[in-house]
Ligand binder design. Sequence first.
Ligand SMILES: Nc1nc2c(ncn2[C@@H]2O[C@H](COP(=O)(O)OP(=O)(O)OP(=O)(O)O)[C@@H](O)[C@H]2O)c(=O)[nH]1
Ligand SMILES: [Mg+2]
Length: 294
Amino acid sequence: MTDISDLLESAKLGDRRSLSMLISAISESGDSPSINSATGWILGVTGPPGSGKSTLIGQMVRKWASLGERIAVLALDPTSPLSGGSLLADRIRMEGDDLRENVFVRSIPSGKTPGAISPILWPICGVLSECGWTRIIVETVGTGQSEFRIAALVDRLLLVDGPDRGDIIQAEKAGILELADVIAVNKSDLPGASSAAQHIRSSLSLASDDNRDVVLVSAKEGHGIHELVEIIENCEPQKTRGKMMMMERLISEWDSILVSHPEIDNIASELCDGSITVREAIEILVSSIREGGL
Ligand SMILES: Nc1nc2c(ncn2[C@@H]2O[C@H](COP(=O)(O)OP(=O)(O)OP(=O)(O)O)[C@@H](O)[C@H]2O)c(=O)[nH]1
Ligand SMILES: [Mg+2]
């Protein structure tokens, strides 16, 4: 197999096949090449199923491409019960050579742990950035836990909501509204969207120092996209993110070490039949990791 660092060298020269092979190699082996320079930043896009994340990403990609950016889109889990698993690439219908040349779309398998963001996402984003992709967009299906993980990974977080009040209240309750740097209320072509945006604005204004933008957009009709992209470009990422990012990285790596441990099945069975306690299980795992290295 070609060496990861060779693949990186040719991916840096613009060879997409090498880039794809490199991402597959990282996904399979968990190894990552060393990254020297990062040129881009990562935008996380989250929100309830069917709120229009993929369609909106498609619009933003066009806008960014017209501004001369090179955009990579990673879909963390392209299947959703609502859209029946429509692939992101279908939504980003890429007409025109320019768009094809400056856009890279790829889906990434989710991690073994439910709700976890696969730890390979960090090296993959690093590689994309090193290869000159200036805007890296990660779409995740909003399922509670994964939002917190994604918020820790990305440089900026966009929450996409639809006009459905139920979804918005859900996001408020789960604390997702607090994580976002920018909030977009999509489907402004449908009734209820502007009052939904108003509702979010008034709940944000309860905190006097909260001046985050709530933008009304219609991904379907292309309204509000220019304004949204400008706001994302100029937004001040939330300061708490740095430490949160490191904590989540640790947890994510740790989860992956645990679930890929060769003894994990046996240990789970022993826990089931009561022959060991959870504490003992942890002691067994930790000492075997210490002895065997990682
Ligand atoms: N009316 C209207 N429909 C929209 C708009 N944006 C997206 N849709 C529709 O909403 C549905 C879901 O759109 P997606 O872009 O797949 O939404 P998503 O949030 O990516 O969905 P999942 O990835 O399945 O969670 C599709 O039928 C879109 O055509 C919009 O601005 N207005
Ligand atoms: Mg989608």
